[in-house]
Design a protein around this ligand. Structure first.
Ligand code: F6R
Length: 233
């Protein structure tokens, strides 16, 4: 595991984009896993400033709220279009469809797509409660793409993006822990003191479903980029 400590989010974004660029230029990046949320904004800002060419790369997003479509300004599909896909052309972009008629079939279909395009690199953020994607505490390491109920902690953290707390969906579709661990390389970004507890558990604690980010300890190629100092003391 590589731990890169930086001073600012912008510096972190440069490092992350450097890593992505290295994979891309070496021809090893056919399938790229992406995330949403505040952590990713500086990364996508930086990425769109480069001349990196993603026209041969297929992108997969981690998750989507149940009930929101790509036109809804709080959907993750909308976020991705705004921050990246309207500015950078990819071969194909996939995101779970939270408005699918049959959500179970949608999850299976998504997992099938992932099997056809094994992820070369997955970008990840982490929740204050240690979630990765929307795999909340208590999620099994064997999980594939599935439907989940969001925890109160996640609703607290994400509802400020919505008109009101009540307007925020309480369910989502998410890649599972096992879908994420299948990625060849993982780049985890964590900024700010709110993420310290989860990151300390990850670096110093045991692997436990109480803090899903700790499952990354079972992955052979994880790079952490963070502005949190003294994480390993
Ligand atoms: C987003 C996702 C989440 C976020 C996490 C951190 O697609 O899967 O796990 O990465 O909730 O969110 P921010 O970056 O907003 O702190």
């Amino acid at each position: 595991m590589d731990l890169i400590v930086v001073k600012t989010k912008e510096e972190a974004a440069k490092k992350a984009v450097e890593l992505i660029g290295t994979e891309l230029k070496s021809g090893r990046l056919q399938s790229l896993g992406l995330a949403t949320g505040g952590t990713m904004v500086p990364i996508y800002n930086e990425l769109t400033e480069t001349d990196l060419d993603f026209r041969d790369v297929t992108a997969f997003n981690l998750d989507e709220y149940v009930g929101l479509d790509a036109e809804h300004p709080n959907s993750f599909a909308y976020f991705m279009n705004e921050h990246l896909f309207n500015k950078k052309k990819f071969k194909d972009t996939y995101i779970p469809n939270g408005k699918a008629q049959d959500l179970e079939t949608e999850c299976q279909h998504y997992e099938q797509l992932l099997a056809e395009h094994p992820l070369d690199l997955q970008l990840l953020g982490v929740g204050e409660n240690g979630h990765i994607a929307f795999n909340e505490p208590g999620t099994a390491p064997t999980t594939k793409t599935h439907r989940i109920t969001l925890t109160e902690s996640t609703i607290e953290a994400n509802s400020p993006y919505f008109e009101s707390k009540e307007a925020m969906p309480t369910e989502a579709l998410t890649m599972g822990i096992s879908s994420i661990l299948n990625a060849r390389k993982i780049v985890l970004l964590a900024f700010g003191e709110k993420k310290r507890d989860a990151m300390e558990q990850f670096l110093k604690g045991n692997v436990t479903d109480e803090c899903p980010v700790t499952f990354l300890k079972n992955h052979p190629d994880v790079t952490i980029i963070t502005d949190l100092e003294r994480l390993q003391e």
